[in-house]
Design a protein around this ligand. Structure first.
Ligand SMILES: [Zn+2]
Length: 295
């Protein structure tokens, strides 16, 4: 974030060491495993999770990207949208399905298997390292990073590259796990998302600064999502490793539950809780909307 080299130990969990920058407060994994730094993990070991039937079904459920779609509509009602780290393409698929006339879509990722799936769903993709692409000179009205920046060894470079790929006045959406969430306040390193795949642990201030340093202005901040089941399980599980199969199974269960009609009153209460936590800045994720200055 700031290229200062002074840091202090923050958390350790198994082999994972996290430090906190004494200059800017950024919390990050140090050292970073080679397969994570290169993104190779997502094309090899990570693939079983990202391609599991449970994960795919969840990615393509109508309810999965409700909040993200609403936010995109608010700040980018039409135009060309690039989803960086699109995985199996669920977000772009929903966007095109709901508003086919308003958007032109493109996805990119380092992970081949999920991209094959995206293409089978008519989501156009570009393969490979985002930092090495220029999309034939095409510029976008919006670029989205949904739960991607926490996986990146060099998030600053990504933000700079996104800045270059946007039209003047274009917007970038960055959603990451919230370091100040209720879940992390209660669980600390026991939280399942403190794990090898997550290299960066952002708060709203470090995330905003990341955008500003890349030349953006922060035009909106939101806190979204709340999963009490995860908190409950991790609390009881004492921070043990949660397998990919288990992660997938939980996704499947919650996705199925969300669609049951008798869940209406529970959803209402849940929605209210999420709203309160969002207002307090304690929800699971933090999102910033960044705007490239109009030239
Ligand atoms: Zn720093």
């Amino acid at each position: 974030m700031c290229y200062a080299s002074t840091n202090q130990p923050h958390w350790s969990k198994g082999e994972l060491q996290l430090v906190r920058c004494t200059n800017c407060g950024m919390v990050y994994v140090n050292p970073v495993a080679a397969a994570m730094a290169s993104g190779e993990f997502y094309d090899t070991e990570g693939a079983d999770y990202y391609l599991s039937p449970a994960k795919l079904a969840s990615d393509y459920a109508d309810v999965r990207f409700e909040r993200e779609l609403r936010l995109l509509r608010q700040f980018c009602p039409r135009g060309a949208v690039l989803d960086v780290g699109c995985g199996s393409g669920g977000f772009l698929f929903q966007l095109k399905k709901r508003w086919p006339m308003d958007y032109e879509i493109l996805g990119t990722d380092v992970s081949g298997g999920p991209l094959d799936y995206a293409e089978s769903k008519d989501v156009p993709v570009v393969r490979g390292d985002f930092l090495e692409q220029n999309f034939g000179g095409q510029k976008f009205d919006a670029v989205t990073l949904w739960a991607v920046a926490e996986h990146l060894a060099e998030p600053k470079k990504f933000l700079a590259q996104i800045h270059a790929a946007l039209k003047p006045g274009g917007v970038c959406f960055v959603l990451v796990p919230n370091l100040r969430s209720l879940a992390i306040r209660l669980l600390g390193a026991k939280y399942r998302y403190v794990y090898a795949q997550h290299l960066n642990y952002f708060s709203v201030s470090t995330l905003g600064r990341l955008g500003e340093r890349a030349g953006f202005e922060v035009v909106a901040t939101r806190y979204t999502h709340f999963n009490p089941v995860v908190i409950w399980q991790d609390w009881r599980g004492e921070g043990r490793e949660v397998s990919n199969a288990e992660r997938g199974e939980l996704l499947k269960q919650t996705t199925a539950l969300k669609q049951k009609p008798w869940m209406k009153p529970v959803k209402l209460l849940y929605g209210l809780t999420e709203k309160v936590l969002s207002i307090l800045g304690l929800a699971d994720n933090v999102v910033v909307v960044l705007r490239k200055k109009p030239s």
